[in-house]
Write a protein that binds this ligand. Structure first.
Ligand code: BV8
Length: 254
């Protein structure tokens, strides 16, 4: 891949970028050991479709069951570490004048890898809020003593829920507004590990392309955004991104 002319073209565009947005999906965490949304999970959860579980209706109907799905995912995310894809993305922040990560993921791995400007479009599995919507900002430690699952809001006794965006729910206004503004203004967008199916997030690379940005898509297989990209680098992020960042460093060194 390193000698691939497409990788060199992508590296040149990145080296010249003044306002870079890195847009990521579940695929960027795959090599950390977190299954993507589209892949069938293993074990107990293999029979369930995340689309069916990540909804308010599912939670209201079966709170303990959906809570245990999130507990399973918390455990998985807490047990893993950022992979070379996350690390390479964090490295870009040290090489280039302006880098913002816009992620669909809720696992916090970009921040753990060192990225300092991360927009979490779909929330975070490590933050909790009250099902009433009145109280938020809770963390797991706030209800460690509670045996009841799901735990209850310390403020009003209503069920707590993960502070994530479920299907059918609006994204946090400040997050999507800033992400859309940055996507319309960036000169390069690096897209990593997304099937490009979930909206409004998947509209961001289209916004960048329409605004004239160079869009680079990194994925082991073609995805719904590949056609809109200027450059498609086929391969896993954990392999492609370290090579891409090494080539960016070479271009910057002149
Ligand atoms: C909204 C948080 C409106 C939760 C997630 C009917 C009713 C309502 C809405 C809709 C509807 N029909 C359609 C919609 C819109 C809907 C939507 O887009 N649905 C899709 C399925 C068609 N969107 C919504 O509902 C959004 N809200 O529209 O609200 C509204 C407006 C105003 C007021 C009220 C309402 C909310 C969407 C957010 C849902 N929450 N996550 C949780 O995680 O538990 S989305 C979920 O999917 C994850 O965040 C995940 O990241 C995301 C997208 O998936 P990807 O990240 O792309 O992951 P995926 O598995 O799909 O793909 C992985 C890719 O990686 C693959 O391409 C693979 O090839 C690649 N890969 C594999 N290995 C690697 C790799 N890449 C690199 N390296 C590797 N090693």
């Amino acid at each position: 891949m390193a000698q691939d002319p497409r990788l060199q073209t992508a590296a040149r565009a990145l080296a010249r970028s003044r306002r870079l947005v890195v847009f990521t999906g579940a695929g960027v965490s795959k090599e950390s050991g977190i299954p993507t949304f589209r892949e069938a999970e293993t074990g107990l959860w293999a029979q369930y479709d995340p689309m069916e579980l990540a909804t308010r209706e599912a939670y209201e109907r079966r709170p303990a069951f959906v809570w245990s799905w999130y507990e399973h995912r918390f455990g998985a995310a807490a047990a893993v570490t950022p992979n070379p894809a996350h690390t390479a993305i964090a490295e870009l922040e040290r090489l280039l004048p302006q880098v913002t990560v816009v992620t669909q993921n809720i696992d916090g791995l970009h921040q753990r890898a060192g990225s300092s400007d991360v927009i979490e479009l779909h929330g975070s599995m490590f933050r909790f809020k009250c099902l009433s919507g009145q109280h938020d900002g809770f963390v797991l430690a706030d209800f460690a003593g509670q045996d009841e699952k799901p735990p209850r809001c310390p403020e009003c006794g209503e069920l707590l829920r993960p502070d994530v965006v479920w299907f059918g729910e609006a994204l946090p206004g400040d997050a999507i507004d800033r992400a859309q503004a940055l996507s319309a203004d960036c000169d390069v967008m690096l897209v990593v590990g997304t099937s490009g199916i979930v909206y409004p997030a998947a509209g961001l690379p289209l916004l960048a392309a329409e605004a004239g940005a160079t869009v680079i898509d990194v994925n082991p297989e073609r995805d719904a955004l590949t056609a809109a990209a200027d450059i498609f680098l086929q391969g896993p992020g954990g392999e492609v991104l370290p090579e891409l960042v090494a080539a960016v460093r070479q271009h910057l060194a002149g």
